[in-house]
Write a protein that binds this ligand. Structure first.
Ligand SMILES: Nc1nc2c(c(=O)[nH]1)N[C@H]1C(S)=C(S)[C@@H](COP(=O)(O)O)O[C@H]1N2
Ligand SMILES: [Mo]
Length: 253
């Protein structure tokens, strides 16, 4: 997403706010991920355009005090090795069980796609990079929310280390279960978008996505993808599951 794209969507928005043509215009703008392919999701384009137009790309979400930390349930997949949980992937679950036995010493985060230096990072590599700790509220689409402290490396630092190309438009995240998702560059480069290896002052627990999870603080809970294994930088949008299963790809809060 560049400045020009934002201008296009702003025009689309102002040109016909509240009418079907606003949806059509914003839906067809070059800046839009193609969620308009699904009629039930057409409103997403308006949400996306609105938030992307009205919010500064750098606006930070609220951060809380340590005393405000709450308990947080581990939900969705809370152990990729368990075959009886939803989203289980047999190969991913098998790989995960082996890596966990070795306390993730052999785990690597692969980074590839539109980057000059494709490669991988160990947990030790990530731990030596820039570090950010933030206490934020997680809001799940099922209606609950929780406040926790997250520590990790800004996604931006990892993308810069890999040498992101100017053609980069989306960042895709692949995991040890069946979940995969992506962010646009505005969220990917946002200062509070981190790859977290710590939670509440300890190593990230298994249930919450060990050894590494994404924190996408300006979107709903399911965009904070757990159990990361691979990141792919792309120059085009791919539906990795949200749209075909009826969820919003962009779900800002
Ligand atoms: N890989 C993976 N990531 C995931 C999920 C999942 O099932 N698998 N569930 C999502 C949903 S719906 C929510 S609300 C949060 C829950 O995070 P938590 O288990 O740390 O509370 O993780 C998100 N990330
Ligand atoms: Mo969720």
């Amino acid at each position: 997403m560049n400045r020009k794209d934002l201008v296009i969507s702003r025009r689309g928005l102002i040109g016909g706010l509240g009418t079907t043509s606003a949806l059509m215009l914003t839906g067809c703008g070059e800046s839009q991920p193609p969620t308009y392919g699904n009629i039930l999701r057409m409103g997403d384009n308006l949400t996306y355009a609105m938030q992307r137009t009205l919010l500064s790309p750098a606006a930070l979400v609220r951060e809380y005090d340590r005393s405000e930390i709450t308990s947080m349930p581990a939900t969705g997949t809370y152990d990729p090795a368990r075959t009886d949980l939803g989203n289980h992937d047999p190969q991913g679950g098998h790989d995960y069980a082996i890596l966990r036995k070795g306390e993730f010493a052999d785990w690597r985060l692969v980074v590839e796609g539109e980057v000059e230096r494709p490669g991988s990072f160990s947990l030790a590599d990530l731990g030596r990079m820039q570090r950010r700790t933030q206490i934020t509220k997680h809001s799940c689409e099922e209606g609950w929310s929780a406040i926790a402290e997250w520590t990790g490396v800004p996604l931006r630092a990892v993308l810069e280390a890999a040498g992101m190309r100017p053609s980069a438009r989306y960042v895709e995240f692949y995991t040890f279960d069946k979940i995969a998702d992506s962010l646009d560059m505005i969220d990917a480069l946002h200062p509070q978008t981190i790859l977290a290896y710590g939670m509440n002052g300890r190593a990230l627990p298994i249930g919450h996505g060990a050894p590494l999870r994404l924190r996408t603080e300006r979107q709903i809970g399911y965009k904070s993808v757990k159990y990361l294994r691979r990141i792919v930088v792309t120059d085009k949008f791919n539906d990795l599951g949200n749209i075909k299963s009826g969820w919003a790809w962009y779900n800002g809060i």
